[in-house]
Write a protein that binds this ligand. Structure first.
Ligand code: ADP
Ligand code: ZN
Ligand code: ZN
Length: 734
């Protein structure tokens, strides 16, 4: 059995009393005793003996399902993932289930009662109920809805309808039935424009290449510049797969799952194919998640659109996987089970013998390397769809320039110009809050987090200091705590400060700030996105939340305030990310008729990497980076695993990693290990962090050695004094 918990092993149990082994099948849930508690686990295998002595074996308490919740293929994928990422199978499997199933609730979706006229009721003339006007009114409502109405719909039509309904039921004129609640909150369907589009030749070529081979595994990299019509290609292929009676899984970054995108899927697929679309993302209630999950597992939903974890949903008729914005970091889970949904989606497609499409305007170096190795096939969309032209990119050299809270005079005058032309402007700054540093001009003191090696960010127009790493906060100091002077200065600018500056400078222009702070309230991002769609002149200030997948037809100017940090960072992936972010943000400009302009402020106007990007030469940019990676023996030419440890004092974590390194050397002397080293930010939330990096050119061998190492570490005495974790194929190296 797979049991939730950190131990990398499975557990044996006797069947519940009164339950014959023939009733038990892998993929069913059982409630089992574990220590002094009861836990919900998932059955992996039924065997007729155990290595554990019979009298020590405990009996499972209850069988929770009468058929497997998880099909064999999915269990196999999870076992594969558990061993590849060196993570406990119990956490992998139980973690993949909707919360309510993990808690042991029945695998039934919630239903709603519907009221409907009985055959006798349909014969009644409402005029015959003159003395009961409320019943007559209700009868007329029901006559208009022969399929029946649920309580929320009735509430909207008539107040206090229940007593009258009860009377109608007593007379035998109304019956009730249970209906499954709607999969997705209904979104108003509009007559769709997209259905009438004629694909351009590149789009058509991509659709043709994939649709001729829908019945076997193949990984495709759909590399189309921003606005080239990738979504349109997805939709055409989905239609073909649905027509063949199969299901489609679409994975997207959390923030890419905008109402706009979902609406596009609904109008296109709902109207022409009457397809059922299920959603799975963090914004849903537990009950909605369960309903949608069950609809997928039962084969009732045809298309599942979801974020990372939707990858683990059972889809018995699965015929195609699409992963949009494949370069996006959010596909990698950064805590506990540190899987990469992109890589696992490929494994799932392979096991199911179906095609998978990875889409991006700025593919990851890993995916480009896979194309070079002929493990996947590239399909190019080199032109913007329709009449839109790629935006023009220019550098603004801001050396020796006086900046107004991060904004150069040239940029400000272009903002004015585009607003005068009735266009929208987007300013990108990847730093939220008011200012990143609060410093004393007299003595040099600056506000630091007491629990992390980090500065506190000034927030809420100077009211509050907040640490972006551990979340601790305190009021902004009025005087310097060191010298008691009062010349405290805000250094640098975040989104709030840029907003302030622009509000003073353009007092009559609507300004929208879009970052994690301004969108915390549910629905607020949707509201802002809707306002942008309406197209009136606006200044948008945003962080990378704005970079992903949005279609803003009226934005013609994009200004990037500071991207230089991407050229200096200690993480070897920083320049790749900077390039992707730059082109993605730039891609928001000029997506409709009017041409777009992108201005990039930099202190490094001669940087060769930036010049590739200015020419829209992402292939050249990525080739340069791949060459550097090959020379430095870094991924994708090599495989990494990062062993992290943290402890309340600096020494314990380092000692543990030192021991781990010795153990690893015993297991395999050729395994390269670097470190242990303190993490870049050594102290975070009051704990000291250190790391040890393993490197090997062979994935399979690295995996085997790690497996033996994990077992040894689990049994090491020191391991109990630290929090440790292993990150296979780490994406962030701090
Ligand atoms: P991407 O996903 O590559 O960024 P989209 O699929 O969102 O691009 O397409 C960008 C815009 O171009 C959308 O407004 C879409 O309706 C439009 N579009 C896509 N394909 C075509 C086409 N063949 N002809 C005209 N317009 C198109
Ligand atoms: Zn001071
Ligand atoms: Zn902190």
């Amino acid at each position: 059995m797979a049991i939730p918990g950190p131990l990398r092993r499975i557990f044996d149990y006797l069947p519940p009393s009164g339950c014959s082994p023939a009733q038990l099948h892998p993929g069913m849930r059982l409630r089992v005793p574990f220590g002094r508690r009861f836990l919900v686990g998932v059955l992996l295998d039924v065997a007729d003996h155990s290595d554990i002595a019979e009298k020590k074996l405990r009996r499972a308490e209850a069988l929770l399902d009468n058929q497997p919740l998880l099909p064999q293929e999915l269990l196999a994928l999870m076992r594969w993932a558990s061993s590849y990422y060196q993570h406990s199978i119990g956490e992998v499997i139980l973690g993949s289930l909707p919360t309510l199933l993990r808690q042991g609730q029945a695998a039934r979706s919630k239903t709603e009662t519907c009221w409907q006229l009985s055959p006798a009721g349909r014969e009644i003339d409402s005029d015959s109920l003159k003395r009961a006007p409320k019943q007559a009114a209700l009868l007329r409502i029901l006559q208009q809805h022969p399929a029946g109405l649920d309580a929320p719909s009735l509430n909207r039509q008539q107040q206090n309808w229940r007593p009258s309904m009860a009377r109608l039921q007593q007379k035998g004129w109304v019956t009730t039935h249970e209906r499954e609640s709607a999969l997705t909150p209904p979104i108003k369907a509009e007559p769709s424009k997209t259905a009438a589009l004629t694909l351009n030749r590149h789009q058509q070529a991509a659709v043709d290449a994939i649709s001729t081979r829908l019945d076997c595994y193949q990984c495709y990299l759909l590399n189309g510049i921003t606005g080239s019509g990738k979504t349109e290609v997805y939709l055409r292929l989905i239609q073909k797969v649905l027509a063949a009676g199969r299901q489609v899984l679409v994975l997207a970054p959390e923030i890419g799952l905008t109402p706009q995108l979902i609406q596009r899927f609904r109008t296109c697929l709902g109207q022409s194919h009457n397809a059922q679309i299920a959603l799975l993302h963090s914004g849903l209630s537990n009950q909605a998640r369960l309903n949608n999950w069950l609809a997928c597992a039962a084969g009732k939903a045809d298309v599942l659109i979801g974020t990372r974890s939707a990858l683990f949903t059972p889809l018995p008729r699965l015929g195609l996987i699409i992963l949009d914005e494949e370069h996006d970091l959010s596909f990698k889970q950064q805590d506990s089970f540190r899987y990469n949904a992109r890589d696992l989606a490929i494994v799932r497609a392979q096991k199911a013998a179906i095609p998978i499409i990875l889409g991006s305007a700025t593919p990851s170096l890993e995916s480009l390397h896979n194309v070079a190795q002929q493990r996947s096939q590239m399909l190019l969309l080199p032109e913007r769809a329709g009449n839109a032209q790629p935006p023009q990119l220019r550098l603004l050299d801001i050396r020796h320039q006086k900046l107004e809270q991060g904004l150069s005079a040239q940029l400000l005058s272009r903002v004015q110009q585009h607003l005068d032309d009735e266009s929208q402007v987007l300013l990108f700054i990847n730093r939220r809050g008011y200012a990143p540093v609060l410093m004393c001009h007299d003595c040099g003191w600056h506000a630091r987090c007491l629990r992390c090696d980090a500065h506190m960010t000034v927030h809420h127009g100077q009211q509050q200091l907040r640490c972006h790493h551990c979340g601790s906060q305190r009021p902004v100091n009025r005087h310097c705590p060191d010298c008691n002077g009062d010349s405290l200065h805000f250094m640098g600018a975040g989104t709030e400060r840029v907003e302030d500056t622009l509000a003073t400078r353009f007092p009559h222009v609507r300004i929208l700030r879009i970052d994690r702070d301004s969108t915390r309230r549910k629905g607020s991002l949707d509201q802002m996105l809707a306002e942008i769609q309406r197209g009136a002149p606006i200044i948008l200030i945003g962080t990378q939340m704005l970079a992903k997948g949005h279609h803003f037809p009226n934005v013609t100017l994009v200004g990037m305030l500071d991207i230089d940090y991407g050229l200096f960072s200690a993480d070897f992936r920083a320049s790749e990310r900077m390039g992707q972010l730059l082109l993605q943000v730039a891609g928001r400009a000029g997506r409709a008729e009017r041409p777009g302009e992108v201005l990039i402020q930099t202190h490094q106007p001669d940087n060769p990497l930036l010049h590739f990007l200015l020419r829209h030469d992402y292939p050249g940019f990525s080739r340069t980076l791949l060459k550097e990676r090959a020379e430095a023996q870094l991924p994708p030419y090599n495989h990494l695993a990062l062993l992290r440890a943290e402890s309340p004092d600096a020494e314990t974590a380092m000692q543990f990693l030192q021991q781990a390194k010795q153990q690893a050397a015993l297991i395999q002397p050729q395994l390269l290990a670097f470190g242990p080293l303190p993490a870049l930010m050594e102290r975070r939330a009051g704990r000291f962090r250190a790391q040890l990096l393993f490197q090997h050119h062979q994935r399979g061998e690295l995996q085997q050695w790690l497996a033996s190492l994990m077992l040894q570490l689990e049994n090491m005495k020191n391991a109990r004094k630290v929090r440790w974790s292993i990150d296979v194929d780490p994406m962030e190296m701090y």
